[in-house]
Design a protein around this ligand. Sequence first.
Ligand code: SF4
Length: 444
Amino acid sequence: MSNQSDVPSGHEDLDMVLNGIDGSVSKILNRALDGKDISADDAVALLNTTGREFHSVSMVADELRLRTVGDVATYVVNRNINFTNVCIKRCGFCAFSRDFRQEEGYFLPAEEIIRRAKEAWEYGATEICVQAGLPPQMEGDLYIKLTESIKSELPDMHIHGFSPEEVLYGSIRSKISIKEYLIGLKDAGVGSLPGTSAEILDQGLRDRISPGRITVDQWTEVITTAHELGIPTTSTVMFGHSETYKQLAEHIVLLRDIQSQTGGFTEFVPLSFVNSEAPMFLQGLVENVRSGPSGMEVIKVHAISRILLNNWIPNIQASWVKEGSRMSQLLLTAGVNDLGGTLINESISTSAGAQHGQLMRPAEFREMIRQAGRVPAERYTDYQIKQVFDKSDCPVDALDLVGDNVEEIFGSYKKLVQMDEYRFEHPTSNKSRMMPEDQSNVIV
Ligand code: SF4
């Protein structure tokens, strides 16, 4: 299908490009333009492109994005609340977590989590993203109780919370099934789950970089059960560390297969590995770990994600936390239609060494999107549009008025790990901070 007339596109420049590149690459790209799914092996071939073939991958991804979601590019006003960094696991890529014996362990009590959620609401947030470490001997229903507490104060705030790893931990600590735990979360008011703790869904690789982490089968069970119960989730990949292109492509194809059965993924978010503070890189804990993806790989992975998933998951998100605002803007030309959230507090990537700050103001999103020739819109978590901004719309949101003193207003991870006020205390201590209104949350 390399004939120009076979390409069902109004994009003559694209037809010309595809006629002038390597035949095998052009064949794959034309198949995608014909609306067909490409295979993991096809994706590997695209991941190996350079030069004009590399550019053609981006151009096809951009064309598919245009056909599927048009020119609107979205963002959501949200706040991250990573309520504890204390964790029983030791994932090799994680610089956020602390052992409970370490001085820097913190645990936010419920009232502080609610205060942060209320503050976010007042600043225009429609979503809070709640994820954290796995504190030792946690009361099993902590996540459910926390959700109920937040919802009782802020019934209209969307709670995007609790990764598959946390759902699994909650169910184990509660001695109930994953399904029963998810029903509890849904009844409490959780609106969607982050599709994190996926990294690369290849068991051999997971055993190498994060032994003891949620398995591929368990991750799939949490996600498919959530979808079955009507709880949507996002989907992610962490790339640029130690995976092969084949593992990366097969990961995305696995997500596509799940989506074809459940339809429960709202978006796909490629996440570049941030190396500088990651233990497996810094301390050489795992052999052959790279220092993150190259710039061209970042572009290719986003573009190929669009090409692989376009028939199934309409939204491809760029993470400004991982990629920075300049690369994220460029990714809008490579299949991306969403730039994620304002975040307000970003801890996990920052602790791993990401340098892009903890807040992206709505006006900054709108500017990035307009400069890329696209139409900015604020969305809700489920991708319903809250407001589209045409050229004459220049609103000033409350978050736009926040100056450089972001950390003074909203706090930061750096401050949290230094504060005695929220110091984690092990459940066997008399002064647990797990849930101040219910000390019985702690199972000793
Ligand atoms: S990635 Fe999550 S589970 Fe793994 S060590 Fe970090 S906080 Fe714990």
